[in-house]
Design a protein around this ligand. Structure first.
Ligand code: DC
Length: 239
């Protein structure tokens, strides 16, 4: 005979419900060209975590706007577009509507555009859920400007990774020179200073070091040392 569950078994069933696992997040925020992307990717690789390059999303918005003749100051049109982005991240490459745009996103023009579109709350709001959807087990390392302050406020570990603006300009200059790209150090320095100012002075989710973030200044340290530092504190933090 079919036996209906008693109240007791329902309680037991409820008690045995497994709480959803919330994947831990390591948030690495900092200014342009600080090396946070490289550090974040290496930390994610070492821990077997997923990786989110949130700056790439702002770059994609700037790129798509440029392609569709939307100006970087048209907040509403940018917000609408950002809500419906068809993007894919596959093995280090970035696709927009199926087209591979990985390198195009790294131009100085799109870097400036990303910083300009990022000031609009319409764009930031549109990208919020997309960024949060990257949080999956076993964990996520996310880099950007507001990972610890807005997108993943409950991150298990928050790092504010920076370096002097001159050091960052020098690194960017060498990076471009190594790729055979003609670059001007003074121009790079001026661009970085302008971007730092825009990223840290905007009213929506400005770049700030939150009280609970650890400062990691890489002016005098290598990428390997920075990665080792984050792994060390992440182990201390997670165990
Ligand atoms: O990290 P990046 O240089 O690729 O970022 C490009 C621009 O995107 C940056 O100048 C500001 C913006 N950005 C942002 O506002 N918030 C983020 N979480 C990431 C990037």
């Amino acid at each position: 005979m079919l036996k209906l569950p008693s109240d007791e078994s329902q309680v037991t069933t409820q008690e045995s419900v497994i709480a959803p696992v919330i994947a831990p997040v390591i948030a690495i925020d900092g200014p342009s060209a600080s090396g946070k992307g490289t550090v974040a990717e290496k930390v994610a690789g070492a821990l077997g975590y997923h990786y989110l390059d949130s700056g790439a999303l702002y770059r994609i918005v700037a790129f798509a706007a440029y392609r569709d003749n939307i100006k970087w100051n048209q907040a509403d049109a940018l917000g609408d577009m950002a809500q419906n982005l068809d993007v894919a991240f596959k093995q280090g490459d970035i696709f927009l509507e199926g087209d591979r745009i990985t390198e195009a996103l790294r131009s100085e023009e799109i870097s400036r555009g990303a910083s300009e579109v990022a000031i609009h709350p319409t764009v930031r709001e549109a990208l919020l859920k997309l960024q949060q959807s990257f949080r999956k087990t076993p964990g996520l390392v996310a880099d950007g400007r507001d990972m610890g302050s807005v997108v993943f406020k409950d991150a298990r570990l928050k790092i504010f990774l920076t370096a002097s603006v001159e050091t960052r300009a020098e690194r960017r200059f060498k990076q471009l020179a190594n790729k055979g790209i003609d670059a001007n150090y003074d121009q790079i320095l001026a661009d970085l200073q302008a971007r730092d100012l825009r990223d840290s002075q905007r009213s929506a989710a400005p770049l700030i070091q939150t009280d609970d973030a650890l400062l990691l200044d890489t002016t005098h340290c290598s990428i390997a040392q920075a990665v080792a530092f984050v792994l060390k504190v992440s182990q201390k933090d997670c165990n």
